[in-house]
Design a protein around this ligand. Structure first.
Ligand SMILES: Nc1ncnc2c1ncn2[C@@H]1O[C@H](COP(=O)(O)OP(=O)(O)OP(=O)(O)O)[C@@H](O)[C@H]1O
Length: 247
């Protein structure tokens, strides 16, 4: 939140929890990310901003350990991220999720415990307690027995966040979380992300509304395959930077 300003020269500064150095990702012959460098820590909400195809989703998936690095490194708490771990919770773009999948809200949140319990293991009291606490935090107690396909977009998003909380993930990787939400749901999500960050999580989200970005996020990374700028959202989202990003 009130982290001091870290410019691009400080990425060797290893007291940050997430440190990304010279990250490149290729899809066969397509360069999706070229030399990304930034470092941040829990307590922050980081916006990834760039035009369509700029590499926002790729960066989210790379941090989640879901797409391989071509070169460079991603360190989380001094350990190289090579594959998915329960420290990371990934929420894909809305259209990539199969919302018709038959599962209740509680069932979805229980999936957050599988990395700890294994899929067929019995839930212990502490697992049930973690699920109850996550449902409580996300205000989903009354909806817990509903099918996710019967929920509004905002409620579906909260269900996924509840799964992340039950998983005890520290890094929330969200692809366009505000897209498709009405004003009330957006405000609710904004408050929630602020609270989750304050409680000690790192929120990283792609975001395309430039007007709301400075109030919703602490830091911003401007992307156009390569990195245009990274720093405090209010400073980084300058007209000059945005013109370069969306040139
Ligand atoms: N699975 C894939 N195979 C090949 N190329 C891909 C794949 N996924 C993404 N790309 C390419 O990588 C580049 C970055 O895509 P990415 O989806 O990360 O961008 P984005 O900023 O999230 O875009 P959008 O705002 O449209 O969601 C694009 O050129 C895209 O076409």
């Amino acid at each position: 939140m009130s982290e001091p300003h870290h410019d691009c020269c400080e990425h060797h500064d290893h007291h940050h929890e997430l440190v990304i150095e010279n990250l490149c990702v290729h899809y066969r012959n397509i360069v999706a990310l070229d030399k990304i460098n930034f470092a941040t820590s829990c307590g922050n909400r980081v916006a990834l901003i760039g035009a369509n195809g700029a590499g926002k989703s790729t960066l989210i998936k790379a941090i989640a350990g879901l797409v391989p690095r071509s070169s460079g490194s991603i360190m989380w708490r001094r350990t190289t991220v090579k594959k998915w771990s329960r420290e990371f919770a990934y929420l894909p773009q809305r259209e990539e999720v199969d919302w018709s999948f038959p599962i209740t809200v509680r069932g979805l949140v229980e999936m957050g415990r599988y990395p700890q319990t294994g899929m067929f293991a019995r839930f212990s009291k502490s697992d049930h307690d973690a699920v109850d606490a996550a449902l409580e935090t996300l205000d989903l107690v009354d909806l817990q027995n509903r099918q996710i396909r019967e929920l509004s977009g905002g409620q579906q998003q909260r269900s996924f966040l509840a799964r992340a909380i039950a998983q005890e993930a520290h890094v929330l990787l969200l692809d366009e979380p505000f897209t498709g939400l009405d004003r009330r749901a957006s405000t609710q999500l904004a408050e929630l992300l602020e609270r989750l960050a304050q409680e000690g999580r790192l929120v990283i989200a792609s975001h395309h509304d430039l007007n709301s970005a400075p109030s919703l996020f602490d830091e911003a990374l401007l992307l156009a395959t390569h990195q245009i700028a990274f720093g405090p959202a209010k400073e980084i989202l300058s007209e000059t930077n945005l013109n370069t990003t969306f040139a």
